[in-house]
Design a protein around this ligand. Structure first.
Ligand SMILES: O=c1[nH]c(=O)c2nc[nH]c2[nH]1
Ligand SMILES: [Zn+2]
Length: 448
């Protein structure tokens, strides 16, 4: 039994091919939301008999439409959505103390948390983020609420209750080691008990300067004992590196600190890494740890520029992140554009630098993100057996930002994939599916 059979153009990435275009394809989604077959449109009758669907039930994509995999935001602070687009006038450490910690402390108030978390889940789904890896705040009940809201609206999510026991300007926004550990246990247990099919907990030490060794050690143990994902920040800004050296004088590198406490695993994702050495990148590869590239944030907070080419050359898994609110945009399309910009800036500085191509960045936003979150056995592209997490894109959406021109020497689909992420926006994303369920448009999702 099928919930959908679509016919039209499908664009996705594979490990071998950064961007593959399947023209006039037929794709079936079963009742469990999984891709059950992909074939050629010209074989419609044969496929309908083989797989048992009625050819008249096929949903035909219109001219200028295509499907692409849902985009994956590998690093976003859900609570910081409340001030996204403001307060970008100082570097990281001052920014945290001046704006971030005071704002995050308000998420003790569950009514406020519900409003902001509902907005961020709706908005990111609207922007085509089918999977988000969220930082919440230190508040367990509000973090559980974020998991519930993602589940209700149908977004795939990793949700982290933030852990931090030092170096915080806001006295009432701080935990002891014991509180942080106890509440992390409670968060994991209560979230797993809900049995949400698409929402998982992620162990979340904020970053080394916010955590004592005692806390890092216990969080490493919790992640290991429960086989959980881990997320944190690393090597974002030069002043942060100096602070880390002062706080952890015995560790040779920033990476060594997390490594020492078993926090680098093949289910760990670290944000930024702008200033990691090649030696540290080698540790990332050896442990299977991945990086989230957050170029909007890196420029907005004047933190640095990640050399994504070097990360890929080291065979470290890499995805894209918005890092709201260090990044002011909640759209992974924005992260695609900025990843290209950042790579081109590196080429301006050094003409030997091999600029990332559009196709490679498209892969980072989709398949790369799924690999970075170790979810590539379930999502990231249109492989049979994976969940159907997909965006129906209309390049020529009415009222959208793209005016099509007839360019005779370019065939239609060699033009469309780049034009859409580079000039398009959420108006071009006409439908969003997560695990086969249409979550946009959806009446409940009307943005207030
Ligand atoms: O961009 C960032 N945003 C944060 O909230 C944060 N906390 C630690 N390091 C951080 N970096
Ligand atoms: Zn962050």
């Amino acid at each position: 039994m099928f919930t959908h059979v679509f016919r039209g153009t499908f664009i996705h990435s594979t490990p071998e091919t950064a961007l593959q275009v399947l023209e006039d394809a037929l794709l079936g989604v079963d009742t469990a939301g999984k891709i059950s077959f992909i074939g050629k449109g010209e074989n419609l009758l044969e496929l309908s008999q083989k797989f048992g669907f009625n050819p008249s039930d096929v949903n035909q994509l219109a001219q200028h439409e295509f499907f692409m995999p849902g985009m994956i935001d590998t690093h976003i602070h859900a609570s910081q959505y409340s001030y996204a687009g403001t307060a970008l006038d100082m570097p990281l450490l001052q920014w945290l103390n001046t704006y971030t910690f005071p704002v995050e402390s308000h998420f003790k108030d569950l009514e406020f948390a519900k409003k902001v978390y509902t907005q961020v889940v709706k908005r990111t789904l609207r922007n085509g983020t089918t999977t988000a890896c969220y930082f919440a705040t230190i508040h367990t009940d509000a973090s559980l609420l974020l998991g519930q809201i993602a589940n209700d609206f149908g977004q795939r999510a990793l949700v982290g209750k933030v852990c931090m026991d030092r170096n915080n300007s806001v006295k009432h926004y701080r935990e002891t080691v014991q509180e942080s550990v106890d509440e992390t246990h409670r968060f994991i247990k209560e979230l797993l008990n809900k049995k949400y099919p698409l929402v998982k907990p992620v162990v979340t030490p904020r970053f080394a300067p916010s955590c004592t060794e005692a806390l890092l050690e216990q969080l490493g143990t919790i992640a290991k004992n429960n086989n959980l994902h881990i997320q944190s920040h690393i090597s974002e800004n030069i002043d942060e590196l100096k602070l880390v050296k002062e706080l952890f004088p015995d560790s040779e590198t920033y990476t060594d600190i997390y490594h020492k406490f078993n926090l680098l695993t093949d289910k760990t994702i670290m944000a930024h890494g702008c200033h990691l050495s090649d030696k540290e990148l080698t540790v990332f590869r050896e442990t299977g740890t991945s990086l989230s590239h957050c170029p909007n944030s890196n420029v907005s907070l004047c933190s640095g520029i990640l050399d994504a080419r070097n990360v890929l050359n080291h065979k470290v898994k890499l995805g894209l992140g918005t890092d709201v609110a260090g990044g002011y945009s909640s759209s992974i399309l924005d992260a695609v554009r900025r990843t290209l910009d950042a790579s081109k800036v590196l080429t301006i500085q050094n003409p030997q630098h091999q600029t990332l191509t559009f196709e490679e960045v498209f892969r980072l936003a989709t398949l790369g993100g799924s690999q970075a979150l170790s979810l590539d056995d379930q999502i990231g592209n249109f492989e049979i057996g994976k969940d159907f997490d997909a965006l129906r894109v209309n390049v020529a959406a009415r009222g959208g930002p793209i005016d099509l021109h007839k360019v005779d020497h370019l065939t239609s689909y060699s033009l469309f994939p780049p034009i859409c992420p580079l000039k398009g926006d959420d108006r071009n994303i006409v439908e969003v599916f997560v695990a086969g369920r249409k979550v946009v448009p959806c009446e409940d999702l009307a943005l207030e």
